[in-house]
Design a protein around this ligand. Structure first.
Ligand SMILES: Cc1cc2nc3c(=O)[nH]c(=O)nc-3n(C[C@H](O)[C@H](O)[C@H](O)COP(=O)(O)OP(=O)(O)OC[C@H]3O[C@@H](n4cnc5c(N)ncnc54)[C@H](O)[C@@H]3O)c2cc1C
Length: 204
């Protein structure tokens, strides 16, 4: 297995796996953020998720005691883990179960996914990533687009013209702008299609 500190960039861990000819983290190469955040969120993309590769997580509990949790005991679900229910726990490191693979095909897979991100996502503007979870049987971006909200803006926050599933900061957006736009999108999509969009983004 590969052990990563919680503060390591997930993309850096994926790169290290590639350099060690280990397969399993290709999905993670383009996900921004830390290994700890990825465990907390059960980050995933393109058919992979942290739940598939986490063998063990080391964390500090609310009393500061160092504990470990096997991957199967981490309560992983769609963008959630046991750590969401325990805000006083801090992920310290994660051990990943990866398998030997062919470096050329690992690299090709990572480059392919990176290209798909560049093609589809508004990476030229700041965002928090995909704003909403994928509702059962639908795609959030498609619903938002079909509701006529592509490009809709409140203050500096805007439903991305490139991918309606993202809210971008087109300049000077406040958290209140983002929240108001999230509400507008949720209200409109519920009225038009009867689908309740749930935020993937967390407000702290
Ligand atoms: C352009 C873009 C694309 C994205 N694409 C994806 C994608 O494809 N798939 C995906 O899943 N996400 C995606 N995201 C969202 C985000 O990158 C992931 O959720 C990521 O895993 C969050 O990691 P972070 O380190 O930034 O955590 P933060 O956002 O800083 O934190 C997330 C939560 O985890 C908690 N946390 C963070 N570190 C720890 C720790 N060590 N111990 C305990 N709790 C902790 C925080 O308190 C917070 O509640 C994208 C974001 C952007 C901006």
């Amino acid at each position: 297995g590969v052990r990563a500190g919680a503060g390591a960039l997930l993309s850096g861990v994926a790169k290290a796996a590639l350099e060690a000819s280990l397969t399993g983290l290709e999905f993670a190469a383009g996900i921004p953020g830390s290994a700890g955040g990825a465990v907390f969120m059960n980050a995933g993309a393109y058919g992979g998720q942290m739940a598939d590769v986490v063998r063990e997580v080391a964390y500090l509990d609310g009393d500061g005691a160092l504990r470990t949790c096997a991957g199967a005991g981490c309560g992983f679900g769609y963008r959630t883990s046991v750590f969401k229910a325990h805000p006083d726990w801090t992920v310290v490191s994660v051990t990943l179960g990866l398998t030997p693979g062919d470096p050329a095909s690992i690299r090709t897979q990572m480059e392919d996914l990176a290209q798909r991100r560049r093609d589809k996502q508004p990476l030229d503007l700041p965002s928090a990533g995909s704003t909403f979870k994928r509702p059962e049987g639908y795609f959030a971006g498609k619903l938002i687009q079909d509701a006529g909200l592509r490009g809709a803006a409140i203050g500096g926050a805007q439903v991305s013209e490139k991918h309606a599933g993202f809210i971008v900061n087109r300049g000077g957006a406040t958290s209140a702008d983002v929240r108001a736009l999230v509400s507008l999108v949720q209200r409109t999509v519920l009225e038009r299609f009867g689908v309740a969009l749930e935020c993937e983004v967390r407000f702290l």
